[in-house]
Design a protein around this ligand. Sequence first.
Ligand code: SAM
Length: 740
Amino acid sequence: MAPSAQLQRAIAALKAMKRLGFDQGVSKAILKELLKVYGNNWEYIEDENYRLLADAILDSLEAKDNGANKKYPAVADELGKPVKRLTAVDDLGPSQSTHEHETYGETILKKKKLVASGEASLISFKGEKNKPVEAQCSHGGIGAFLSPDSLLKDETDGIGEMHPQLAINFEEPRTLLDHTTSKITRRTMCSSYQRDEQYKCDREDNVVGYKEPKIEPDIGVLQETAVNTTFLDKPIHVAGNDISTNCNISTAVVEPDRVPSEIAANGEEARNLGDSGANTLNGPTHAFNIQLAPNKGNDVQNELSTNANIVFSNMGKEDVAKLSPLNESMGSCKTPVIHRSLTGRSFNGSPNLVSLEAQRGMNGLQSGLHIDGESNGLQENGASESSNNNVSHCLAFLPFHENVVIASSPQHDKHDIAKGEEKLKISVVNEFNSEETPPYFRYISCNAVYQNAHVNFSLAQISEDDSCINCFGNCLSASIPCACTRVTGGEFVYTLDGLLKMEFLTEFIYMNCYMGKHFVYCKNCPIVRFSSGYKPVACKGHPVRKFIKECWSKCGCNKQCGNRVVQRGITRNLQVFYTANGKGWGLRTLEELPRGAFVYEYVGEILTSKEFRDRTAQGYGSAEHTYTLVLDADWGSVEGLRDEEALCLDATFYGNVGRFVNHRCFDANLVEVPVEWETPDHNYYHLAYFTTRKVEAFEELTWDYGIDFKDLEHPIKTFKCLCGSRYCRDCCRSKGRKRK
Ligand SMILES: C[S@@+](CC[C@H](N)C(=O)[O-])C[C@H]1O[C@@H](n2cnc3c(N)ncnc32)[C@H](O)[C@@H]1O
């Protein structure tokens, strides 16, 4: 919520307390605490004419009466005379409105003693410094163990003891306050569900006359998420050999909207698409992170070592584990099959399942690239590595096992290369040679962690300052920009039509062209560390980029909110086609695109720079085309980034349409924009592509890879540029300098 609105609400609250006869200083101090506790959720505080606030003040005053003032003199000195407590709801009757409270003034206010609000049930938030305070929680495991100092810092000064019903609600908001308290585990994150259960329980015990807190929209999401992820029982995405790490699913799950009506197929190709829009009601789109190929020696490895039949399936509404033994279907396969199902749930409540099916060949007919279970590196398996087929037959990264067989080479569906993963079908056309479809890769619509990349998507990491928890509906239609616009100067980057606003677009284009002006340098750069073979080589610098922050599930707004564009996925009619000028396959639009339109997100496997290096060293880099991007990291802020924090996005084996977009120097029609929604970690952004200008139907889509064609040492292989731009940076390069 914007500060002015906050202020207005605070003034209203203080006025209401004044009317009840409370000292303004005391009211202010308590209000501040409550806001902190409730994560600025005003609805709790405003409910029933500020009942919670009034009662908290009274509690403080009571504490003073009981001698707590000796313990907390700072508070006690501030406190005014105890006056009255708001009556319980039942005392007032259902018709008692705020107005009536005001009308009756003090006369209707009578103090109702809470039956079990004695000292024993009080929780001191002062506690002992640096010691965790355990909430008085009757549900084992739900109670949080938090350091009040780290979370509430010195602002706890001035607050006395609180009743349990307040204290219970202290748990979750405090874990959410500040993402810098990054070591908070799921255990410490009391979900609203748990909190409300806890609350009920306390109410029963204590006969509390409070109205049960409403479940806010964002909290509802939290609740569901918490329930859905309990099967993991461990923090999400903690690198290591933890079973939950290796096979976890992160929570960015987005229900696609129907395809906007303005999307209409244009031209012949578009007509050929036929029911290109008919897929819009397919199952939810999912932003799962799935870690593949766990290390040898752990539990998952033991399971996986029996080989896997793992398939990225399109997760329909009634997705269930449909994993049949591979050895039944594969005939010659001697080894058993592991069935590892990963379940998640979309926010519409329908259960989803991601199953992974990996097939690998050893029958000699197939050449394949394999990742060895121990080294996690690629292994050549026979045939010429320069062939695209190497890529096409490398289907999944699993611990290498000799007895695995690929039955047949999978094919792309030329009518829909996305195989239903996107809301629209994406057709494939080749008018130049007999190659019907591009070399095989697995189409995924959301990034997937390969193995060690540290991408932490825990809800607790996203502070409430980073979400607009009090918003409702569409943030763009509110009069004041929401908290999610903080990173973009308090302004939404999108227009009501879902386009990137001109000023932001210009800024992003400028940023991409002149990135050299905003470079930071690492002392011990993980990128050069690996590419130089651990020799001490100076960092070449990393661009510091601006990014977009979209609203997310922790926000109060809905999925159709105008500040959620990229996460809704592809909504434009696109086509993979074979280019005429030697660049191989490319991507084009089948409809005219306005300037600032979101087209796609670049999707692939998230690798650490070491994993990428290992892949390259094993020969992967000799494939004809490269599909790897370096992701951003918090380069400047830390002395030495860990390997798991310097990440790449590799769409070679798993990817989406983004992998087909070719490079064009400077005047490309797309610009890359980092977008953040489910994690405040700046070592991971979604890379989204927006049009830099109006793009005609059937125009090839291009973006400037930012390649320095002179840098022959760059880990990502360059190529002889055929972009055709009059500004081509590769125009002076002789053929002889082309990298081998
Ligand atoms: C991300 S892929 C693009 C899709 C690729 N053309 C394909 O057939 O799969 C990047 C690769 O495409 C080729 N490429 C992209 N832009 C190019 C350009 N302007 N000139 C020549 N080749 C290009 C290069 O081989 C590069 O490594």
